[in-house]
Design a protein around this ligand. Structure first.
Ligand code: NIG
Ligand code: FE
Length: 407
């Protein structure tokens, strides 16, 4: 097996002991580092690391000079809708002219617009469009990504998306996790018959997805104007019969009751939370559900930001994700999400760092193998240009810092 040494690392950030699956409350404010360090890789895994004074005199097959840059684990992005067709910049202009995201959706635009575009596209073209986005996020340092379906809204098109996600996972060095989101909106064919659509998701889509084992997780857009807590609960129970654990959308447009449903169904994560009421923070304490905030969505839609600061102050861990999708966040730039975490959510750079690495890995069930510099974990690493400190990364919010991504 090929043995690689990386030397001349000015700062090695994000060191954690094995077995730490997530960080919560005050723990989030600490990032362990070694200055003037080396790190070795074998068979794609981190084997060892330490200060340059302890560099072993073993032979390596390849030596990479970090040239005084920093190394950190790759970003993990635990919430995206990356498989979509085309783009929706006309709605971007409509929003500038005064329409809200909810108003656009009510007029039959929004998600349904993307559903029409995707329906017309072949599986092959959909794969190619998505692979271009994959290349973009990989270059920006994302090493693990969760991708949802949800622009199909018919059994056939939802399966088409999930098959594309599977193929992307096989074709990319980025680790891909897939989530079934048939309950993203009610399709045009079922307009005014929401109950029938929910039955379609439960009786036809979930069994089809389950039989082909196409999804790791199940999601529902539990929000005002979309799906109710009761419908969400029924869909999650159907998913659980096929081993799909929930990761759901809640409280994006209004307090939706989704946090309670998420906790009651042992969700791995509950995401968005821009309109989260304070008492829902208590529901999450002591659970294994990771609240996941998507500040890029608030930025792009000019909406309120999730109460991430209050959640951490009350002892919760949080993760950050991009939400990369054509309607509410056409960006998967996790460095920018890192910056927004600091600027808009008032997280310390260390807290935001942990939210885009170890806690983000946790929010897609990957933190045992990804998300930190730990003996035995996958060597998914970002090598930066020389930077003075960790805080410089979110501070220099449009400066490119990545010299090389190792996957
Ligand atoms: O996470 N909230 C639901 N879904 C996406 C947006 C989907 C779209 O507008 O296409 C989101 O923001
Ligand atoms: Fe989303």
């Amino acid at each position: 097996m090929k043995r690689i040494l990386i030397r001349n690392i000015a700062h090695l950030y994000g060191i954690l002991p094995a077995g730490v699956e997530r960080l919560q409350g005050k723990e989030m404010a600490h990032v362990e580092k070694i200055d003037d360090a080396w790190l070795s890789i074998e068979g794609g895994h981190i084997i060892d690391f330490g200060p340059m004074s302890s560099l072993p005199d073993t032979m390596f097959d390849e030596v990479i000079d970090a040239k005084g840059g920093a190394i950190m684990p790759c970003f993990c992005d635990p919430h995206t809708h990356l498989v979509y067709a085309g783009s929706r910049e006309q709605e971007f202009v409509d929003k500038i002219q005064g329409l809200s995201y909810a108003e656009i959706a009510q007029r039959g635009g929004g998600i349904l617009n993307s559903v029409d575009l995707l329906h017309r596209l072949s599986e092959e073209e959909l794969f190619e469009q998505t692979m271009r986005r994959m290349a973009e996020i990989e270059a920006k340092g994302t090493g693990c990504i969760e991708i949802k379906s949800g622009y199909g809204l018919s059994t056939e098109d939802e399966l088409k998306i999930l098959r594309v996600i599977r193929r992307i996972g096989q074709s990319s060095r980025v680790k891909v996790i897939s989530t079934f989101l048939g309950a993203h909106a009610v399709s045009r064919a079922y307009r005014g018959r929401q109950g029938d659509y929910v039955r379609l998701v439960i009786d036809e889509m979930i069994p089809a997805v389950g039989r082909e084992q196409l999804a790791d997780y199940i999601d529902v857009f539990c929000d005002q104007g979309f799906f109710t807590p009761d419908e969400t609960a029924r869909i999650l129970e159907a998913g659980a019969r096929y081993g799909m654990r929930p990761k759901i959308h809640a409280d994006e447009l209004a307090p939706s009751g989704g946090v309670r449903v998420a906790v009651e169904h042992n969700a791995l994560s509950v995401d968005h939370l821009e309109s989260m009421p304070d008492d829902e923070i208590d529901l999450l304490l002591g659970t294994t559900t990771m609240p996941t905030c998507l500040p890029g969505t608030s930025f792009f839609l000019n909406m309120p930001y999730a109460p991430a600061r209050r959640m951490i102050d009350r002892g919760l861990g949080i993760a950050l994700a991009s939400d990369y999708n054509p309607g509410s966040t056409p960006s998967g730039d996790m460095k920018f999400v890192f910056s927004l975490g600091c600027i808009k959510l008032r997280l310390l750079p260390e807290e935001a760092f942990n939210a885009v690495t170890i806690n983000a890995a946790y929010a897609m069930g990957l933190s045992q193998d990804y998300g930190s510099i730990t003996h035995g974990k996958a060597a998914h690493l970002i090598i930066t240009y020389p930077i003075p400190s960790l805080a410089f990364i979110p501070y220099a919010y449009t400066s490119p810092i990545i010299r090389q991504v190792i996957l």
